[in-house]
Design a protein around this ligand. Sequence first.
Ligand SMILES: [Mg+2]
Length: 463
Amino acid sequence: MSLEIPQGDGKPSFHRGSFVDEIEHAQKDLVDSLHDSESHNESPSVSSSDGSVPTLSPTQSATPSTPPSEPISPPGDLVADSFAFAFDIDGVLIRGGRAIPEAVEAMKVLNGQNEYGIKIPYIFLTNGGGKSEAERCKDLSKQMEIDISPAQFICGHTPMSEMATKYGTVLVVGGEGEKCRQVAESYGFKDVVTPGDIIKHNSATTPFRKLTPEELANSRERDFSNVTIDAVFVFADSRDWAGDLQIILDVAMSKGGRLGTTSETFDEGPPIYFSHSDVLWSAAHNDPRLGMGALRGIVEYTFKEVTKGKTLTTHAFGKPQIGTFEFATRLLRRWRKNEHNLDSPPETVYFVGDTPESDIRGTNQYNAKAENDWYSILVKTGIYQEGTEPAYKPRNTVNSVLDAVNFGLKREMEKKAAKNTLPLEAFNRASKPRLTDLPNWLLDNSDCAVLSPAEERALTLTA
Ligand SMILES: [Mg+2]
C-alpha cells in the first residue's frame, strides 16, 4: 500500500481538511511571499561577517560556512539546507501538559534566533494522539509560542489514515468522548463503531461500566447482529481499560468480527492495530505512567488465557516502527519543499526523544537503512532516569531539547567548516560512519506501517 499523500483532486483519503489543505496553503503563501519580495525588494541582501553582501532571496537556502559573531539581520532569511530536526513531544517539549521552558527557547533557536541567523527545518513525531492533528497543533503552538502546522506533525494514529479505504466497519477505541471517532471519520473511515455504541446496544457487555448520560446520547444506536467489524484500531489511550479490554477480546474471539459469536478455532478475528506500543510515558507524575503498550500486552496475554493457549498477533504503528520513520521522511521532504523551497533531502536529521525503547531504538534502526544520517539524541527531561543505562544507546545524551538543538547546530557548522577543507567524498564517508544491512522486507513487505511481534523480535535480533 502506498503511503504517499494524494495531491490535487485525488486527495480524499488523506487528511482532508488538514495536510493537503495545509500544503496547498503553504504553496500559495510561498507564491505570495515571492511575489511580495519581488515587488518590494528586488534584491534582498544579507550582510555577512566579512562585510561582503551576498544576494540571497528569502527562499534561497544556505548554511553559512563562516559563522558570524553577530546575528544576521533579519534572522531567519537563511535556511539550513543540509540538516533538520525531528522531535518527540512528551518528555521533550511538554511534561504534564505544560511546556518545558528550554523547549520554548529551542523553538526560537530553530526559527532563526541563533548566532548564524538561520532557520532550521523541523517536524514533530509523537506516539501520542486522541485529537486531530490540527487540534493538537493548535495546543502545541500555544505551548511553544510559535505557529505549528499539521503539515509538520505526525501523531501515533496519523499513519492509520492510509488504511481508511482498506476496511469497511471498524471499531475505534480510546481517547476522550467522541474525539477518536471524529478523527477516524476525518481520515476517511466510512463506518466507525465505538465501545460506547456496543454498550448502548447491550449494557451487559461491560458489567462495571455504565455510560454517562452524555456518552449515552453520543453513542449510536445500531443492530449489531448485522454488523461485521473488519478491523480494530486503538487510536489513543483507553479511558476504561477493563471495558475496552472486554470488547476488544469479544471481537478478537468472534467469528470474523461478528459480535455475539465465538470462533471455535480462535483465529477468525479481525486484525487489531494499536497507534503505538509504549508501555511507559512521561506525564505529570514524578514516575513514568502506563501507556498503550501495556494495554496491548494485556490484550495478548488475556487472549491466551481465555483461549487456553492460542496466540493473538496484534500490530502497532508509531515509533520505533520503521514505517513511521519512513512516513516522517516523506513528511519532512514535503515540509522542506513547501515551507522552505528545499528540493534535496537533508544530509542529517537529528531526532530528539526521551524514550530509548521507541525514540532511540527507532532512530538507530532507521538510520541503519536510511540514505541520510538519522542522529539519535536522548534528553533527560522525560522518562530517562539519571544513573541508568538506556536499553538502546543514543549517539548523544543531553540535559534538554535546547542543548540538543545547540549541539546539532554546532556540529553542523563544524562539519560545514571541515567540508570546505575536505574532498566531498571524504566528508560523506565521515558523516555516515556505518551502514548495517537489514533485510529488505523491513521496507518492502508491508502494505501498512506495522510489524507483527514476531517481526519485531526478528528486527531486534538483526539490530
Ligand atoms: Mg516522549
